[in-house]
Design a protein around this ligand. Structure first.
Ligand code: URA
Ligand code: SF4
Length: 215
């Protein structure tokens, strides 16, 4: 059951479900409590028909201020990895499992907090409507929050990463790590291998999307 704080996004979705209508309706969503403290909704970037949909966790501090997904440090790393994988940014639709920034304050700083399962569930109708409008061949989940939303169950990223499976709604999905998790390894001896593994997953995703197109 949805609790009072989190009725879910369903009733805030517009009747018309193309990307433009969805984007226009999202700022009015009150499907969970996160809209209250965030600066704005961060919807998505990219076009309908993009073969790959990349799903992150939620907007970060920078994204919350700018209103665009993946424009902060994690976004720069994602761009680098996409380039290394030979994937054109124009071929990816980029969005998040949760569309408002969840954080707490520490002095002047806003500290990221993982979305609760209740936030993920509340926000899921947006994601599903986006997939229906964009019709990607493959959905790439960046990390556990995205996987929880898209697969509809908890996932172990390191065990499940890099292979094509099916979402709760029957969509082809590939799970990989989140670029923020990678960022934390930047000065580690394991950095090169971790970055290469991420690029490898993105390459597999692009190939799977191309193979699915040929079917
Ligand atoms: N991390 C995410 O998961 N999404 C963003 O948009 C930015 C950082
Ligand atoms: Fe609506 Fe999602 Fe924002 Fe919650 S996080 S208010 S469900 S858009």
């Amino acid at each position: 059951m949805a609790d009072v704080e989190r009725p879910g996004a369903d009733e805030f979705l517009p009747e018309k479900r193309d990307l433009r209508s969805l984007r226009a309706a999202a700022p009015d969503c009150r499907g969970c409590e996160l809209y209250r403290d965030a600066t704005q909704v961060v919807f998505s970037a990219g076009r309908a028909g993009a073969p790959l949909a990349l799903v992150g966790e939620q907007p970060g501090d920078r994204e919350d201020l700018e209103g665009e997904p993946f424009v902060g440090p994690a976004g720069r790393l994602l761009d680098q990895a996409l380039e290394a994988a030979g994937i054109d940014r124009g071929d990816v639709y980029v969005t998040n499992a949760v569309k408002h920034f969840r954080f707490h304050r520490q002095g002047k700083r806003r500290i990221h907090e993982k979305p609760a399962v209740g936030n993920i569930v509340a926000c899921h109708p947006w994601l599903e409507a986006e997939f229906a409008a964009v019709r990607p061949r493959l959905v790439v989940c960046l990390g556990a929050t995205a996987a929880r939303s898209v697969l509809g169950r908890p996932a172990r990223i390191q065990e499940e990463r890099g292979r094509v499976q099916e979402s709760a709604e029957g969509r082809p999905v590939l799970v990989t790590t989140h670029p923020s998790a990678l960022l934390r390894l930047r000065d580690d001896p394991g950095w090169d291998a971790a970055f290469d593994a991420f690029v490898g997953d993105l390459e597999r995703a692009a190939k799977a999307a191309a193979d699915l197109a040929a079917d």
